[in-house]
Design a binder for this molecule. Structure first.
Ligand SMILES: Cc1ncc(COP(=O)(O)O)c(C=O)c1O
Length: 408
């Protein structure tokens, strides 16, 4: 008999099975099935702009292909793109990033993976504001670390969400390796204030912990001041910074992101990158240079459109009894508290989302997608990356769903 009880292919590590996947994609798959059956599905679950990638960027990729720019590139990215990224950050945030502190990655997720893989050892604690983008806790667990959740403060529909800086400080132990800050914030649409960001940076320097930064929504700011972690003079000692082109330039499928970290670490991280993906796609990198250095007009137009949509969505949702919606300041999401609705319907947020999809063909994400704790049970996330007509119709369907039922 074979000494192994399992077939080798079954001997997959348990940790893989425990990873939470992108539930958003599961809802989208269900929505696609309904669409195929001929239903008009309205999808508030999407995490990507509904605009096409600007034409000049597409043309540049085509040109790179025609030029035969199709081989491997430098592991850390083509020099022109690393330079363009450094210039973009420095111009925008007054920083002094050098091109050799930039690593280009296939999407921001890959940059996040590099950041976590480089620093998180088994047993390390990683402080994560709750709710959060699901990748941070899942990669932490994959690496043997422990997510330590610190809830955001929910201050109601007038004031929205705040970082609980004191609670973050209190959560630090001798095992804390890092705190993760995503600003503007997915899923709440919060824009943390310069004061909150500065305080987190001070705590990191005093307590000697790393800040893993995700600023992928840095162009999606509708009001208020945005303070980037890369703008602190001594960021090099405390910050691993990630960002990407996916959202800003409507390039989610192109897979282009980047990580910024001090030079010595960057050169060591390329050793990990070369073992996993070698380099980001060659012609996509050329298009990335064009995106950063070319015409920003389409991006500006998109942000203005998103601002209008956000306002319409807030005003429509506010008309529904029991929905407490805060006008988000960043990203392209609203994160209303629907506790009263759930109590009235005597149901939980996941059943609510599933039934809404089945009966009204409206996709939204239950807050539990972004939270392993109780926090998510009271909230839903809606993306406003769809046109105004669909927003109004979708919220109307949501409203009639809530009013038509006494109990789910
Ligand atoms: C907060 C946050 N970070 C990172 C990403 C991933 O970006 P990319 O598609 O470039 O990997 C997303 C995508 O939804 C996100 O919301």
């Amino acid at each position: 008999m074979h000494p192994l009880r399992q077939a080798p292919t079954s001997a997959i590590r348990d940790v893989i099975d425990f990873l939470r996947g992108e539930t958003g994609f599961i809802y989208t798959a269900k929505a696609r099935e309904l669409s195929k059956k001929g239903f008009k599905v309205i999808n508030f679950g999407v995490g990507q702009p509904d605009f096409p990638t600007p034409k000049h960027i597409v043309e540049e990729a085509k040109k790179a292909l025609d030029d035969g720019f199709t081989g491997y590139t430098e592991v850390a990215g083509i020099p022109e793109l690393r330079q363009a990224i450094a210039e973009y950050l420095n111009e925008r945030y007054g920083s002094d990033v050098k091109p050799d502190e930039v690593i280009v990655t296939p999407g921001a997720k890959a940059a996040l993976f590099l950041a976590f893989a480089a620093y998180i050892r088994p047993g390390d604690e990683v402080i994560i504001p709750d709710p959060s983008y699901y990748v941070y806790p899942e990669i932490t667990k994959f690496l043997g670390g422990k997510p330590v959740y610190v809830p955001l403060k929910w201050l109601g529909s007038e004031r929205g969400f705040e970082l609980d800086v004191d609670a973050i400080e209190k959560a630090i132990t001798s095992k804390t390796r890092a705190v993760v800050i995503n600003n503007p914030h997915n899923p709440t649409g919060a824009l943390f204030t310069p004061k909150e960001i500065t305080k987190i940076f001070e705590i990191a320097t005093e307590r000697n912990i790393l800040v893993i930064v995700d600023e992928i929504y840095d162009n999606f700011v509708y009001e208020g001041d945005f303070k980037s972690f890369i703008s602190f003079e001594n960021w090099r000692d405390y910050v691993v910074y990630t960002n990407g082109l996916s959202k800003t330039f409507s390039m989610t499928g192109w897979r282009l992101g980047y990580l910024v970290v001090r030079r010595e670490i960057a050169s060591r991280l390329t050793k990990l990158a070369v073992n996993v993906w070698t380099c980001a796609t060659s012609f996509v990198q050329r298009a990335g240079v064009k995106a950063l250095k070319g015409d920003w007009g389409p991006v500006k137009e998109m942000i203005e459109t998103f601002r209008r949509r956000r306002d319409i969505m807030v005003s429509e949702l506010s008309k529904i009894d029991g929905v407490a919606v805060w006008r988000s300041r960043g990203a392209f999401y609203l994160y209303p508290n629907i506790r009263k609705v759930l109590d009235k319907l005597d149901t939980d947020v996941e059943t609510f989302a599933n039934r809404l999809l089945e009966e009204k063909h409206v996709v939204l994400l239950p807050g539990t997608v972004f939270s392993e704790t109780d926090f998510g049970r009271n909230f839903i996330r809606l993306s406003f990356a769809l046109n105004e007509e669909l927003i109004v119709e979708g919220v109307n369907r949501l409203k009639s769903f809530i009013y038509e039922h006494k109990k789910l």
